[in-house]
Design a protein around this ligand. Sequence first.
Ligand code: FES
Ligand code: FES
Length: 152
Amino acid sequence: MFELYVNGKQYKVDADEKTPLLWVIREHIGLTGTKFGCGKGICGACSVLLEGNPVRSCITPVSSAHKKRITTIEGIPSSHPIKRAWIELEVPQCGYCQPGQIVEAYALLKRNPRASTEEIVSVMSSHLCRCGTYGRILKAVQRAQKLMGVKS
Ligand code: FES
Ligand code: FES
């Protein structure tokens, strides 16, 4: 039995210790915003925060999340500048990669609200988007920095 704290709520989950956190979040807990892409830690679609740090939940065993804090896309408030900027700039196309992108961008701005263009591009380029929304993603992160009042 594993104990997880997801978006501020406690869950007790009966799963094999090697079960990827992604499937626990989606199937045991029922939060389906986090997506399955490659299943190999490459695309970033399954990103969530574990104790505030982005992890690829498809290759993170549930055992490593025991008694830890997890934030999923559902746990980021819609009033947060990152989500507001995403909506304002109409970033998504098909939308599939976007929860992972938003979670990563949210963590980046928490870590370094004044991240430079180079840093944003470098961090966000670890996420694949088959629709090629990279330009809008960069603009949205920079728009969120303005909404947060950290850049003019
Ligand atoms: S589904 Fe996890 S990195 Fe692609
Ligand atoms: S918006 Fe379609 S994969 Fe990124």
